[in-house]
Design a protein around this ligand. Structure first.
Ligand SMILES: [Zn+2]
Length: 474
């Protein structure tokens, strides 16, 4: 069976074939580090993690780069004031811009860790790659795709004939649709040209360049860092759908103009996340960071699990109700894993068959453009059949071991089961097991004693209909 991914460039599902056998070069657009990332961003990072993990599950060696945008870039609204997001954050928090960057890089890393997102090969920072960016601009000037104007450098979009091939925003369409919204920049030949280098001696983050003291254009960093760490052509580039234009369109233009080669073979984009049916916005008070949700009592792995319930190319409606339902289902998965430890019945050949089937269904769903909701439903189907066998004592310890191994293999991709297991200390786990046995034997005196011991170690055990629950005491 072949893996197929939807490629935004061709607008179709294509069989995935890396440039080099069994090696995947992958780039994900990372955060601008002026604030905490929100859960819409997290969805895109979880997707890129699932993609990487599934490729690894399928035997590929994945080299993944996630960039850190630590240079402030002016959006249209900010041009008037001349203050970008990084600078604004520095003023807001009464810190140095460099401290702001450091602080939010760490916050980003922590969020990723909590969400069980595997560390990439590298997290390169834009400010540490100014030299590479300048070189790329020089190459573009030399090839006449870029021009210098008043100390700034712009990319001449009319020179790049494929402009618009990713987003559909061709020059003709853009020219027809452009109203008076964009402020006229007299330095540009065409108002559609985008900046590669911006002259600004007063900018808080500024560098010397052959053209002026200033800072690089936003799109430039991803081209420069992708080329540096992954080469001129890469296999996969991911991002949120809002990255398609102008960011990714511009990345293609400058990279392909510079190298005369295709930049990315497969572009993959995650759709927006809605909160309770509405677009996330600070004014609607539905703007959540991971910490906001943790403070409301939700766990990162529940959020991760909820993300997996929707296909990445469909807009997702994130609701507190769906988060509650995700928690219940995830709890049942974890309980199932625990239940497997206590299986003690007779050997049953059907287990092997069920395992083979679920593995096949999982692969089939994931091969089809990472269809996680279908993969999950195959797993739940499997669990309900196995649960029946456990209840009938129609399965032996070895069968249970094989099932557990299969579930762990799935979880190497999904990444939702292991987190608690890692965080709960061995000592506590041992006590939990003892307590489960004492409760089974109806020795409640002993079970209460064990509960106290667990409490002393900083954990609290709760008894629910479905078994023991362990919570870290704060
Ligand atoms: Zn980017």
């Amino acid at each position: 069976m072949a893996i197929k991914f939807y490629n935004t460039l061709s607008k179709s599902k294509e069989v995935f074939k890396p440039i080099e056998n069994k090696k995947v070069r992958m780039y994900t657009c990372g955060p601008t580090v002026y604030d905490y990332i929100h859960i819409g961003n997290l969805r895109a990072y979880v997707f890129s993690d699932i993609l990487r993990r599934y490729l690894e599950y399928s035997g590929y060696n994945v080299k993944k780069i996630v960039n850190i945008t630590d240079v402030g870039h002016l959006t249209h609204e900010e041009i008037e004031s001349g203050i970008d997001k990084m600078e604004k954050a520095a003023k807001r928090e009464d810190k140095d811009v460099w401290d702001i960057a450091e602080f939010y890089i760490n916050a980003f890393k922590k969020d990723c860790e909590e969400m069980n997102i595997k560390e990439p090969y590298k997290l390169p920072r834009a400010t540490e790659h100014i030299k590479e960016m300048i070189k790329l601009v020089e190459k573009l000037i030399e090839k006449k795709y870029a021009y210098i104007s008043n100390g700034s450098v712009y990319f001449d979009v009319h020179k790049f004939k494929d402009y618009g091939k990713l987003s559909g925003n061709t020059i003709e369409k853009l020219e027809a649709g452009r109203g008076g919204r964009v402020k006229h920049n007299p330095d540009k030949k065409s108002q559609l040209d985008f900046a590669l280098w911006i002259k600004n001696e007063n900018h808080i983050m500024k560098w010397e360049s052959p053209w002026s003291v200033g800072y690089p254009g936003w799109h430039l960093e991803c081209s420069a860092m992708s080329m540096k760490y992954l080469g001129e052509t890469i296999d996969i580039h991911t991002g949120g759908e809002d990255n398609i234009f102008p960011h990714h369109e511009s990345e293609i233009a400058q990279s392909e103009a510079a190298n005369g080669k295709k930049f990315v073979n497969c572009w993959m984009h995650v759709r927006h996340l809605l909160i309770e049916g509405e677009k996330m916005s600070k004014s609607l008070d539905n703007f959540y960071t991971l910490q906001d949700l943790i403070d409301k009592g939700h766990s990162p792995k529940t959020i991760r699990y909820l993300f997996l319930n929707a296909h990445y190319r469909k807009p997702m409606n994130f609701t507190m109700e769906s988060l509650g339902a995700a928690k219940k289902t995830l709890d049942s998965l974890i309980e199932f894993m625990e239940k497997l430890d206590e299986v003690d019945g007779k050997k049953n050949p059907i287990v092997k068959e069920l395992i083979e089937n679920v593995k096949m269904e999982f692969r089939k769903a994931m091969d089809d453009d990472l269809n996680t909701p279908i993969a999950l439903s195959a797993i739940h189907n499997f669990i309900s059949k196995i649960n029946k066998l456990i209840d009938e004592k129609n399965m032996c310890k070895r069968d249970a071991k094989k099932i557990k191994k299969t579930m762990q293999e799935f979880d190497n991709v999904l990444g939702v089961l292991k987190i608690d297991k890692i965080n709960v200390p061995k000592e506590v786990k041992k006590l939990l097991k003892q307590r489960r046995i004492s409760r089974k034997n109806k020795d409640f005196k002993e079970s209460d004693e064990i509960r106290e011991k667990i409490k002393k170690l900083g954990w609290e055990v709760q008894d629910t209909e479905k078994g023991q629950k362990i919570i870290k005491r704060i």
